[in-house]
Structure formats: C-alpha cells, structure tokens
Design a protein around this ligand. Structure first.
Ligand code: NFS
Ligand code: SF4
Length: 656
C-alpha cells in the first residue's frame, strides 16, 4: 500500500528526520561522534516493498512465496494460498504477537497483585482500595462487609480467568455496553481466556489451516479484544490498585530534565513494578549519601516510553522522551545508567551505551540483550536489583569520561487524566459524571472525541504527524485523549497544558476554559488505552449518544505506529466499534478483498473499520468526517451546524 518513504539521499538533515529539537541536536552530535542511530539506519535500510505490502508468506518450507505481480490475483503460493489468505495470516500473526505481549505483561501484574494480597510480596501494598472495590464490583464480586484482603484475593482469582479461561466470556466482558456485546456474540468474537485466543490464532494461521480471510479476521478480533478488554485492562486496573489511580499532575518532559551535576538514571520500558522500586532506591539515604560523596548534587530519576508515562501520571516523575529518542538521549553523555525491562527496547541501545560509557541493564528474565549487563529484577526482593543500578550509576558519575551535552529544553504539561478523574473533573465532587461531556457533545461545543496514540517510527519525521494531526483536531473542536509515545510528542509541543485551549476551536475552548483542562488529555501508557474504552463505555451508559460504542462520534489514530502491539490495539478499537486510522504504512495491498474487509465490511457488521493515510491533515479530515457521520446518525448534526468556525475566527486563532 502507498506509503511515505524517506528521502533517498544517504544523509538526511536531522531536522527533516525529527521535529524534536533535542533529538535533532543529539542526532547531529552522534553523527559527529561517528555513532549510528535508528534514524540513519532507517535511511539506509530500504523497506522491502513486498513485505511492506504483506504480499509474501514464509509459513512453510515450500516457500517463501512472493505474490508481487501487478495483479496479486494472477498468482498463488505453492500451496495455492491466495493473496487474501496470505495477508490475513500475516496480519493475524501480528495481532497474536501484540496481544501476547500485552497479556504477558498484564499476567505478571496480576501475579504480583496476587502475591501482595497473599502477603508474600511486602514491598508493594494496595494503594487504592476504592478502585479495588470498584473493579471487583464491575466483575460481579459482592464487596459488602468484606476486608480489602478478602476482596483482593477474590478479584485475583476472578481476573486470572482473563488469561486461563478455556470456555465462556472473560470477566471484563461484563463492562462492555450491551448492544456492543450482542454484536460480538452474534459474530462469535467475545473472547475466552487470552491464552486460548492467542493459541488459536497462531494455530489457525499455520500453513493449511484457516484459509478464508474473513474467518481469520474474526479470530484476529477475538484475540485483540482479549487484549483490550483483557490483559491490557487488567494491567491498567491492577496498576491503579497497587500504585494509585492517576490524577492531574504538572510534569516536565524532554531531554533537559537530565541534570549535569546529578547522577542520571533512566528507566525505559513497560513494567511499573521496576520503576516503583527504583523510586524507593533513589530515596534511600545511604545511596543519596554515596552520590553526594561522589560529588553529585543528587540522584535524578527519569522515565522514557510507557512505564515512564505511568510514573509521570502517578508521581509526576520527569520524562525524557519517547521511543525514537531512546538512543539519542544516551548521546548526551549525561546518562549514568539506563535500566530497561520489556517491550520497545531497541537492540541498538547497546552500541550507543557502549560509545558513551553508559551502564545499560536489562532486568527482566524475558528480555536479555547481548552486550547489556543483566540484573534480574524480582518483585519479592526488588531492591537488590534497583539498588545495584543506582550504585553502578554513581560509580559511572564519579568516573565520567565523556563530555556532557544536555539539550536545554524542558517542556511542561499536565498529565494523569484517568477515567475516574475525568468523571470528577467534569461533574464535580458531588455529582461526578460523564453527563456534562455528553451534553457538550450533544449541544455541539465538543464535536467528538479522538484517541490519538501509539509509537514513533523513524521512517517518518518524529512527532510531526502526531502534533499536526492533534492541532487540526482540536482546532475543529475535537477533544483529544492520548496514551503512549504520542502523548510525549504533544507534551513536547506544549499542547498538554490548559493554556493550549487557545489553539482549540471556540466550542472546545469554552469547555476547556470553564473546566480548566487542556484540550489534549494524557491518559498514560499504551496499556492505558483501556481507559479510553472505559470512558467511551461510560459515554454510552450516560445516554443520548446511541446504544453501542459504534454509535459514538469518536475516532482513533496511531499516526506514527511501528509495533505489532499497535496493530493489536488498532484491531481491538476497530472490533469495539471505532474508526481507526493508521499512518506511516499499512501491511496490505489495496484492491484486494482483504483490504475491503478491513476498511469497509467490518463497519457493516456493526464494528468499526480501519483507515490509512500518512498525511496528518488527511487523517484529521477522515476522522472528522467520520465523527460528523456519527453525529448525523444520532440526529445531533443540527446543533453542530450553528457552531461552525467561520474564517474570521479561524484567522484570529491562527494569529494568536
Ligand atoms: Ni506503545 Fe509503549 Fe511507544 Fe509504541 Fe512502544 S513505548 S507500549 S508500542 S513505541 S507507543
Ligand atoms: Fe508458500 Fe503456502 Fe508455504 Fe506460505 S504456506 S510459504 S504460501 S506454500
């Protein structure tokens, strides 16, 4: 499928590869230092055009087979597999991997929760008993008269079914709006346990099993829903119960959060457990003393990527940058240690860390990297790992050999908008409710809601697609909810502060100013996309916007996606009823039946559908057109018409 390819020239100007000024400065420095980053590798590593279209199959040794003719229906694989089968199977394998990744993480979170409830793990406790009761109630556990421990143990047993259940619907299926659930039941896509769904998807995409693309897509939906309403949702809810439900907090983001005279420690990955323990280690008096004795002004703990976002939301810990900045940040020479756990950890980090003398630690038994030092992290004795990271960081600080050059850029944002807080913020303490949001959508002040999420991808200019898309959406009165690396892009662009309401259309601006909220709400890590599902569910429950999630005037986007997890997230949003647009590239050939199925037919079945364009402005208009279509179907388009932004206002806004 058509895609934006990078400029063919071997050396591309740094500012054409990223709109993050700090990252550009570090890319320039890396080039001067003779160090290669992913940005430059993406220029020299041309994407394989057949693979990019998902037109090849290597599922058996009769192949690999390539169907790269102009008419993909001219040929079939050695086994006779058609282009639709091949693309659907490849897509299914991506969904399976992404779902496995989130579910594996969610399962670890649940095990930790179980051990905390049983008193086996003593380093963590239940921080939010109110949320515990809410979640338990939502899956049908009677909480009356029971102790926190009793409820926790029951919830642990119940939520285990999210993964292990062989038959029947997963626990959080009870949260799905009735009409949406009915559609899933009709289609046979309500998930059983994630282990079963992922296993079945892998089995069905094996050579010679499921060879009807529509049937494969059904299992894709089921395995993806087992992520969104399963493993990811468990990860979010358990994270809140154990570490606290986020509420808005002012944060600092960008590489300027590193401090020249302090011991800088970066945690990069996806498991809040490691990060929570690290917070304990940097507050340990003996370690602070050791840092001072080494000549440092203190210990500076900073996050990156998704666990960084969880810590930002829960504790206001500074955030150094998103996925495409993880190598670049090491080029500052200021990072004394980087500890990683799982997911989105580029192997390229090893080389860059080596060049700048940074200690790079892997900490999770699932993720060792050749050339990195491995320190096993265990929730039963977390400090033995995290203290060691601090000690190594201090020794590197004492012996810093590399000149330190930190880009002096720090941006501020207000993040930590949980589903629960949005409830309170809009409705007030005494009548916490989503009714004001629905009212403002119905009266047209807010045109609709968009979820803008996902990764960076060095094949497009870093952050640029995210920022341009979101600017366009808020200008058109679309309230934007964000997670993952996308949120960091917007924070760096200064659009996650209440003052950013200035850039919103008049209706959205009015709402933001009344409530004192930014037009772009940061909800956390990628697993926290489930907060968007829950918020959307509440909008349906409150009423006035239809019966099913598919009726809502909402749309989703992952403008710079790269990971298989993103595809799974896209598929569970689509299966939940949301029109979801991806940028960069899409692993599909146009003018095929499989394309038509994902991009049109799914919507006719009562679900959402996929969209694709690398262009942020086109992406915005696709999303807005969809929102308007849903408004029309709900009969609330009239209210909206009176609120259209005229040219004069628009010009005034541009000038502002
Ligand atoms: Ni999400 Fe988080 Fe970022 Fe993409 Fe990776 S860090 S889980 S996958 S790159 S948003
Ligand atoms: Fe080729 Fe079929 Fe084997 Fe795929 S499964 S590699 S299309 S023969």
């Amino acid at each position: 499928m058509e895609k934006k390819t990078p400029t063919a020239k071997k050396v591309v100007k740094s500012r054409d590869l990223t709109s993050c000024e700090a990252t550009a400065q570090m890319l320039d420095k890396a080039r001067n230092d003779g160090v290669e980053l992913a940005f430059d590798r993406a220029v020299t590593m041309r994407a394989c055009p057949i693979g990019a279209d998902s037109a090849c199959c290597k599922h058996c040794a009769m192949g690999p087979c390539r169907l790269n003719s102009n008419n993909p229906y001219d040929r079939v694989g050695v086994c006779g597999a058609t282009i639709d089968t091949i693309m659907a199977r490849n897509f299914g394998r991506m969904v399976a991997a992404g779902s496995a990744c989130h579910n594996d993480h969610g399962m670890v979170m649940l095990e930790v929760f179980g051990d905390v409830a049983k008193g086996i793990i003593k380093d963590y406790s239940i921080k939010d008993p109110i949320k515990l009761k809410d979640v338990a109630g939502s899956v049908g556990i009677d909480v009356e008269g029971k102790s926190v421990t009793e409820i926790a143990l029951e919830l642990y047993e119940e939520l285990k079914l999210t993964y292990t259940q062989v038959e029947g619907e997963i626990p959080f299926a009870r949260r799905v709006p009735k009409a949406t659930l009915e559609t899933w039941r009709k289609l046979g896509i309500v998930p059983r346990g994630a282990m079963r769904e992922v296993m079945e998807l892998l089995s069905r995409t094996h050579m010679g099993v499921d060879q009807e693309y529509k049937n494969i897509v059904k299992q894709c939906s089921r395995a993806a829903l087992a992520d969104g309403w399963g493993g990811s949702m468990v990860a979010t809810e358990i994270g809140d119960i154990l570490f606290g439900t986020p509420s808005p907090v002012q944060i600092e983001v960008n590489m300027g959060v590193l401090k020249e005279n302090q011991v800088n420690i970066i945690i990069h990955g996806h498991e809040p457990n490691l990060f929570e323990s690290m917070i304990g280690s940097v507050q340990t008096p003996s370690l602070i003393k050791a840092a001072t004795e080494a000549g440092a002004d203190g210990l500076n703990l900073v996050g990156m990527c998704c666990s960084g976002l969880e810590m930002t939301s829960r504790h206001g810990i500074p955030h150094a940058g998103n996925f495409s900045s993880t190598e670049a940040v090491l080029v500052t020479g200021a990072v004394d240690a980087m500890a990683v756990d799982i997911q989105c950890i580029q192997q390229g980090l090893v080389k860059v860390a080596e060049c700048y003398g940074t200690h790079l630690f892997t900490t999770n038994p699932r993720c060792h990297i050749e050339g990195a030092q491995h320190l096993d992290f265990h929730e039963h004795d977390p400090k033995s790992c995290t203290d060691e990271v601090v000690i190594k960081a201090i020794s590197r600080f004492k012996n810093r050999k590399h000149p330190v050059q930190i880009p002096k850029i720090v941006n501020k944002g207000v993040h930590g908008f949980s589903y629960e807080y949005i409830n309170y913020m809009l409705g007030g303490t005494f009548r916490a409710s989503y009714a004001p949001l629905n009212d403002n959508i119905i009266n047209g002040r807010i045109r609709g809601v968009a979820g803008v999420v996902g990764c960076n991808n060095p094949r497009v200019k870093q952050d640029w697609v995210h920022v341009e898309l979101v600017k366009e959406l808020i200008k058109n009165d679309v309230l934007v909810l964000q997670t993952g690396c996308s949120q960091v892009a917007l924070a760096k662009a200064g659009l996650t502060v209440p003052e950013a309401a200035l850039f919103a259309g008049p209706g959205l601006k009015e709402v933001c100013e009344t409530v004192g909220m930014p037009p772009v709400l940061g909800l956390g890590a990628c697993v926290d996309n489930t907060r968007i599902l829950i918020a959307a569910t509440e909008m349906v429950k409150v009423g006035g916007l239809g019966d099913s999630l598919a009726d809502l005037p909402v749309a989703g986007a992952a403008p710079e996606w790269m990971s298989e997890k993103a595809i799974t997230i896209g598929q569970y949003f689509v299966a939940s009823g949301v029109f979801t647009v991806f940028g960069v590239t899409f692993p599909i050939l146009k003018e095929t039946k499989f394309y038509n199925h994902l991009f049109e037919e799914l919507e006719q079945q009562g679900l959402g559908k996929w969209g694709f364009t690398p262009d942020p402005y086109e992406m915005a208009s696709l999303m807005i057109a969809h929102i308007d279509k849903k408004r029309k179907a709900l009969g609330i388009d009239k209210a909206r018409e009176r609120k259209l932004v005229d040219m004069a206002t628009r010009r005034a806004m541009e000038a502002a």
